[in-house]
Design a protein around this ligand. Sequence first.
Ligand SMILES: Nc1ncnc2c1ncn2[C@@H]1O[C@H](COP(=O)(O)OP(=O)(O)O)[C@@H](O)[C@H]1O
Ligand SMILES: [Mg+2]
Length: 412
Amino acid sequence: MTTIVVIDDTQSILQLVSLYLKAAGYQVLTAADGAQGLRVVQENHPDLIITDVMMPGMDGYELTRRLRRDPLTTRTPILTLTAHSQLESKIKAFEAGADDFMTKPFDAGELVARVNVLLRRAAVVSPGVESAAEGREAAPVQRGQVMAVHSLRGGVGCSSLAVNLALGLAGLWDERVLLADFVTTTGQLALMLNLPLKRTWADIMHIPVAELALDELEAILAPHASGVRVLMAPTDPTQSANMTGERAGKMLELLRAQYGYVIADVTHDFNDIALQVLDAADRILLTLAPDLASIRAAAATLETYAQLGYPKEKITVGLNWTFGQQGFARQEIEEALAMPLSFVMPYAPLVFVSAINRGMPPVFEKPEEPVAAYLEDLAFLLSRPEARAAPPTNPKPGWRRVQKRIALAARK
Ligand SMILES: Nc1ncnc2c1ncn2[C@@H]1O[C@H](COP(=O)(O)OP(=O)(O)O)[C@@H](O)[C@H]1O
Ligand SMILES: [Mg+2]
């Protein structure tokens, strides 16, 4: 079990942090000051350390420096927790050797997300894990293109994009397309496609991860009229309680060998399942709306992707106008993110409301609608370059529509 040591002289903080971390499945040990903290760490070899800065006796900076000098804890991730939000204390914490920094008061979800990311990073750089990954890559499995739609802030259109992209891709190419719902609480994709929630990945939770096989997975997929197959998530949180990143990763690995494209919808955080899917993805579509909270969340997400070591080419950032007025301009957003936006989805409230109410995504039902055309073009742009380069043997209606629009745009 993953163990975390939390060091803070404020009892209420210790209790709160322990509560959050235990709820996330971690074993937690606490210490009330730096000296005690060092002892607890030396005796228990934790996987991660969280420390306060202002403590009587040895402060958090000194504690961090000592932990870094000890060969046993040179590489253990350290998250510093402090009341100061000034840049100066942040820099001091990093100089002392901390890996990350959070200001009190903090959000429980963010704390757990940062802990997950730090642990993941530590696992990636540890030699044992690296050689295991190399071993996997040597196996000659056919790899479908996996695209994950993600954002730290909800309501920005991730699920809408995932559904319409999957349907768009199926309408363009003679390829098997899978839409996978890895959001553990809503079963939203089923609703958006008006599919009965008969079978979900909760139905195969009893099978040990190592024994999961393709047949069992294929048996729970729902066929949609577009040709897309859908891996649905349960709506009841108790049914998804035992879902793990490892299990999600295994499901993706098995499925991507059978599908040309896999579009995955993930939760609006960095939980273990989301992390596993994001790691496995060839491309991440980071989605945001033009409001301040969403832009901030996107900036934090990009920072985390960088910490996770994701190459820039893996990330595609897109703006979705989920509201009609007073949003920030494209250029302002690009400057704030220091990233170009690869797409800008127009605001189309009527189309989306009616689509959700009837479970008929615009790309499938009304391909001539401007926003559906936009999504279809986007699906084309996100397709494999080899596929885009040459006309298919039997062009589908979707492909013909896209070509027509490309020709039209060229003439303008
Ligand atoms: N371009 C858009 N114009 C208008 N409404 C949109 C647009 N994109 C998404 N929406 C609406 O915004 C809401 C949130 O979308 P959803 O896809 O569920 O977001 P998320 O998965 O990020 O939470 C939905 O009601 C959806 O219909
Ligand atoms: Mg969603």
